[in-house]
Design a protein around this ligand. Structure first.
Ligand code: PEP
Length: 254
């Protein structure tokens, strides 16, 4: 049996508190109880909008975290602060953070560890650049990112961790990986997770695909054996589009 699907919206630098409040209210109204029992739904607003984005039927994710608990780290936010706010998940290692904010594999590992220590669920993003794909080293690259991000981490339950495969060339570009391309990398990730955490846990960790997912391509992706959901940027900002994607995933489940 496949793990429960997970659909996550990454808002990036979009929607301040009032817009987030209106969106989340409408999202709650748009998600029926049966849908939220069948699919885990997440939105990841900017930090300042998190407290305004609460609602029934979905979970909150942060887009980033700092690994220290407290201290002289101006501008940073800890996992226990997120926890206190009602946040359940946190994206780490997004390619935009790696690229624009120089996040290293080591920093991503520290963030993932801090989240797990505070019983928050890291959504660890990995993905190759087009140059890696052209060189034929996608699987090696993704496995290296994974092994670095998960170094030293222990989990007792598959629900304690989510992986998002996001090929950099597909993020925000409108160029989506084909379902077959995505499945091939997801299978590599699945194998790695099963080796790393044991088959019982590894085969039930959710692996999301991310990169230009929208209402026209979700159906083909979600059919794939090792694709357990999607991390969605642009298409998650429009409520009707986001609900349409959720609905398609739900219909596939029933
Ligand atoms: C993302 O932000 O993780 C993402 C996949 O963006 P988009 O869906 O816009 O490509």
């Amino acid at each position: 049996m496949k793990p429960k699907p997970l659909i996550a919206g990454n808002w990036k630098l979009n929607k301040g508190p009032s817009e987030a409040h209106a969106f989340s209210k409408a999202l709650s109204e748009g998600i029926s109880a049966v849908v939220s029992q069948t699919i885990d739904i997440i939105i990841a607003p900017p930090f300042v909008s998190l407290s305004q984005a609460k609602g029934d039927g979905f979970y909150l994710a942060a887009q980033n975290v700092y690994w220290e608990e407290k201290g002289a780290f101006t501008g940073e936010i800890s996992s226990s602060m997120l926890k206190e706010l009602g946040v359940s998940y946190c994206i780490v290692g997004h390619s935009e953070r790696r690229l624009y904010f120089n996040e290293t594999d080591r920093m991503i590992n520290l963030k993932a560890q801090a989240l797990i220590d505070n019983r928050l669920i890291p959504v660890v993003c990995v993905g190759e650049k087009m140059e890696d794909r052209k060189k034929g080293v996608t699987n090696e690259f993704v496995t290296f990112q994974l092994s670095s991000a998960l170094f030293g981490l222990t989990i007792k339950n598959p629900d304690e961790l989510v992986i998002a495969y996001e090929p950099v060339w597909a993020i925000g570009t409108g160029v989506v990986a084909t379902p077959e391309q995505a499945q091939a990398v997801h299978e590599t990730i699945r194998e790695y997770l099963s080796g790393r955490f044991g088959r019982d846990i590894g085969s039930n960790i959710r692996i999301l695909y991310g990169g230009s997912v929208n209402q026209d391509n979700i159906a083909g992706l979600i059919k794939q054996k090792d694709i357990n959901g999607a991390l969605i940027g642009g298409a998650s900002l429009d409520l009707n589009v986001f609900l349409n994607i959720i609905d398609q995933v739900y219909k596939k489940e029933i």
